[in-house]
Ligand binder design. Structure first.
Ligand code: ZN
Length: 318
């Protein structure tokens, strides 16, 4: 079976809060000076990534999923489960929350809710995020929203490069200005905005809020998830498993030379190169890797190695 990795051309999205770092740092062909999101590994209809190489060149990742499920270990489901993005937040994103699968299916008629997680690639010295809230009950939350008590309701957390945040569905959150983030998430575009700083949208009018849905789905009270990182150190590589939850796993790979052979323990693998360059070695074939590359390693690959000097975020559905 074909073991060629699927290298992907990302879909780029203009956002009122975006900037130019997706071009300046990663070389992507951005559509505007306010480009907020690079959907690097995406089969979502709102921004499908296109395969750049091999026999499927020119097809979307969604086409490959529909027509060549063997590449994905015959993974079940109508829809590709994950979505990897890089976000450039020049200014603050809205304060928002996402539904779980059950709510998304019942109310939005889409397959997935949205659990997400963030690896902070870079940020300003004083950058923050909004992560959780202080209300103890749903009624307290509703009341604080109605009374616009944002300063006391929203929990702000300082961030630095290399930090990792798990944002399960129901978590009130906002990525704030200065942050450059790699996000691994369920393949969903369902967002409920609870607060947008009373600022105008692209058309000069405030963007729509979704107050009732936000109150419905917010976790009350917010509880910080406990994260345990599992580190595996080799002579020339370090593997940090950042998250293993019921839907997917996410790891940070730091390669400084040559990894030992890495044996498949995933259905298929999603890789994004955050920095550096190198080679992905699969049997006798070597594939160049460089900063900004996004690719899927198909199910037929039993063993791989990375050679070079590169930092990657690697994920797989469970
Ligand atoms: Zn979000």
């Amino acid at each position: 079976m074909d073991k060629t990795p699927l290298f992907l051309e990302p879909a780029l999205h203009d956002k009122i809060w975006g900037g130019t770092r997706l071009r300046d740092l990663f070389g992507y062909n951005i559509p505007s000076e306010t480009t907020g999101e690079c959907w690097g590994i995406s089969a979502h209809p709102n921004g499908p990534a296109v395969i750049k190489n091999g026999t499927l060149a020119g097809k979307t990742l969604a086409d490959a999923w529909a027509q060549h499920r063997e590449l994905f270990d015959n993974y079940a489901g109508d829809d590709f489960p994950l979505l990897t993005k890089i976000l450039d937040a020049r200014t603050d994103l809205s304060v928002q929350v996402h539904p779980d699968d059950a709510y998304a299916q019942a109310k939005e008629h889409v397959p997935f809710g949205k659990t997400e997680c963030w690896y902070i690639i870079d940020c300003d010295a004083d950058s923050e995020i909004v992560y959780g809230h202080t209300a103890q009950t749903r009624e307290d939350f509703r009341k604080a929203v109605a009374e616009k008590k944002w300063d006391s309701l929203l929990r702000r957390v300082k961030v630095k490069p290399g930090d990792f945040f798990y944002v399960p569905s129901g978590t009130i959150h906002a990525i704030c200005g200065g942050c450059l983030i790699l996000e691994t998430q369920q393949s969903s575009d369902t967002t409920y905005r609870v607060y947008d700083y009373d600022r105008p949208g692209a058309d000069g009018k405030p963007r729509e809020l979704h107050i009732q849905q936000s109150i419905d789905v917010a976790n009350c009270p917010h509880v910080d998830p406990e994260l345990t990182y599992h580190v595996r150190q080799e002579t020339e590589a370090k593997f940090t498993e950042l998250l293993r939850e019921s839907l997917f796993t996410v790891s940070h790979w730091e390669v400084r030379g040559c990894t030992e052979p890495i044996k498949k323990n995933w259905p298929f693998l999603l890789m994004s190169v955050l920095d550096g360059e190198g080679k992905l070695q699969i049997d006798d074939s070597g594939y160049d890797l460089k900063k900004g590359d996004h690719l899927v390693v198909p199910a037929s690959v039993e063993t791989l190695q990375i050679i070079g000097h590169a930092d990657l975020i690697v994920s797989n559905p469970v």
